[in-house]
Design a protein around this ligand. Structure first.
Ligand SMILES: Nc1nc2c(ncn2[C@@H]2O[C@H](COP(=O)(O)OP(=O)(O)OP(=O)(O)O)[C@@H](O)[C@H]2O)c(=O)[nH]1
Ligand SMILES: [Mg+2]
Length: 540
């Protein structure tokens, strides 16, 4: 069990009492969206759920069902009331239960209560940096919300020269959204950009305090939290969540001031400080735990480095088809599905090519535009694996209407990862889905270094392997070495991972001339000196 799980913390004890949301009439639920916002009711429980596979226990009192009597439209007579009201009440109760039941959906094998969400975006006038226009960005936000298990019931956006420092959007827009919340029964409002803690607080207040307000970062963090399958991923996400939460840790304790009629003013303030201290301690514990997990992975990686098979990493926008490609080439069983961020942990498998050569293929976490900086930082260590690859394969979903913008977004993240010196190969995937595959293939040929494939149907995979092989050759170095006869294993490895030009059997061993990966050339260093001792005539 993870050492950051502090179930006795006052924060987690309080969160359900503070929850103002109506509770669905079910005994055990897993709420889809962690309340990663100013109230921070359940972020901690949510971390623990991902970590320990638990479900939230939400017990609902019978008398907490919706106010049924208010719902009858006309005043019934006393006699009618005796007969009709109970049946109407029962019918209404049944209808409410049924509509609630409809909103329980199965996601990743878990039952999830589908909250109603409303999306809000801001288009900044003259913002040339944005790759996606506002409608495209909101469409992607809708996909993210869907992945997180929310039902989007509406969206809106506003064009602004600069965001309002208090509420991000203008007051007119706030009022408009408030009406939409009432009309559509919205439970969560999601903003397409990261909001400051103050903006979150002010917006919650402005919307009447009954709806949850969160931003793109919180939503992505929540998806990562739901998806984290390994211990390391869970730790990374928990750390990112806590760091996101720290400056937003307010209002948790204001109920104390309310309960005591304001007599202990300042008590909440003190408690916020206590909570912040607890959170900082937890962050420290988490960082240590992550450090030790990473040490293990490093050891594993250095063992892998000892086997000098070149490593090829798949990178690309989320949902581009990286895992499908890995599965298709290696028979791996990595989760591949039409949702964003299906993969969080790197998976490496050996690919055996038809010509007997092999390389290791690594699947990595996908990128997205406006990737939260907390997440880039949290996943930096995982992404560092990329920087040790011999080749980067950028997988593009060429059938996506925003393929070009996605390419640019990936290149932007890659430029932050300091991998410019690693050779790259671009792969246009999903050619089976484009309207005119021939035209796309011609374009790929023209742009050079681009291979068209369909990871789903297997089309173009031989071309892909050949291109990888050629690219790997570019990253290899030329060696001549004399391998003693007792080093037969090295010789067979050179045949597998390198490109042998010539072998010659001499009295002292096998003389080999080949292209090999740089790491392997270093291993051969002592034997390279031996070449000098071989008589000139034998060197050929
Ligand atoms: N038609 C078609 N669909 C594909 C192809 N490759 C992948 N897909 C589909 O695209 C969706 C996403 O595929 P994944 O392999 O999960 O994508 P990914 O890049 O690993 O995504 P993340 O892990 O979220 O970063 C799945 O529904 C796949 O079946 C392809 O070549 N053609
Ligand atoms: Mg994947």
């Amino acid at each position: 069990m993870s050492s950051f799980y502090l179930s006795s913390s006052p924060i987690s004890k309080l969160q359900w009492h503070a929850n103002p949301k109506p509770k669905p009439n079910r005994p055990v639920v897993r709420l889809p969206l962690s309340r990663l916002h100013a109230n921070c009711y359940s972020w901690r429980l949510s971390c623990n759920v991902a970590q320990h596979g638990l479900d939230f226990e939400e017990t609902v009192e019978e008398d907490e069902s919706p106010q049924l009597l208010e719902l009858s439209s006309e005043e019934p007579s006393i006699d009618e009331e005796k007969v009709a009201a109970p049946s109407r009440m029962l019918r209404k109760k049944k209808e409410d239960e049924e509509s609630l039941n409809d909103r329980f959906k199965l996601r990743n094998g878990k039952e999830v209560f589908e909250e109603k969400a409303y999306l809000v975006g801001v288009e900044r006038k003259g913002d040339g940096e944005c790759l996606f226009d506002i409608e495209e960005s909101l469409e992607e936000l809708e996909q993210l919300a869907d992945t997180a298990g929310l039902a989007v019931v509406g969206s809106t956006y506003q064009k602004l020269a600069s965001p309002n420092p208090r509420t991000y959007i203008g007051s007119g827009k706030v009022a408009e959204i408030k009406s939409a919340i009432n009309a559509l029964d919205v439970e969560t409002v999601i903003f397409d950009d990261e909001l400051s803690p103050g903006q979150l607080r002010n917006l919650e207040k402005a919307f009447g305090g009954e709806v949850r307000v969160c931003d793109r970062t919180a939503l992505i963090l929540d998806i990562f939290n739901q998806r984290a399958a390994t211990h390391e991923a869970a730790l990374q996400v928990a750390l990112a969540q806590m760091e996101y939460q720290l400056p937003r840790l307010t209002r948790m304790w204001t109920h104390l001031e309310r309960q005591s009629g304001g007599q202990v003013k300042g008590m909440g303030e003190k408690q916020i400080e206590v909570d912040k201290r607890i959170l900082r301690t937890q962050i420290g514990v988490l960082k240590k735990e992550l450090e030790s997990v990473r040490k293990h992975r490093k050891q594993y990686r250095s063992r892998r480095v000892a086997i000098p098979v070149p490593v090829v990493s798949l990178v690309g926008y989320t949902n581009a088809g990286k895992s499908t490609l890995l599965n298709q080439l290696t028979g791996a069983n990595v989760l591949a599905e039409n949702r964003l961020f299906a993969t969080l942990d790197p998976t490496t498998r050996r690919v055996q090519m038809h010509n007997g050569k092999e390389f290791l293929l690594t699947d990595t976490v996908g990128f997205i535009q406006k990737l939260p900086t907390t997440l880039v930082a949290a996943f930096r260590a995982t992404l560092e694996e990329i920087s040790e690859s011999s080749l980067l394969v950028h997988v593009v979903d060429i059938s996506h209407p925003l393929a070009q913008q996605q390419i640019e977004a990936v290149e932007k993240v890659m430029s932050e990862l300091d991998v410019s010196s690693i050779p790259k190969l671009v792969v246009w995937n999903k050619v089976d889905r484009v309207d005119d595959p021939q035209k796309v293939k011609l374009e790929a040929e023209k742009s050079g270094d681009t291979i068209c494939i369909s990871a789903l149907t297997g089309e173009g995979l031989d071309d892909f392997c050949n291109a990888v092989h050629e690219k790997l050759k570019d990253s290899m170095v030329w060696v001549e070495a004399l391998l003693p006869f007792d080093k037969g294993d090295l010789l067979s490895t050179i045949h597998k991972v390198g490109m042998v030009k010539e072998t010659e059997y001499t009295e002292n061993g096998t003389l080999i001339r080949a292209h090999v990966p740089l790491r392997f050339a270093q291993l051969l260093k002592p034997m390279r000196h031996l070449v000098r001792d071989v008589p000139i005539s034998q060197k050929g």
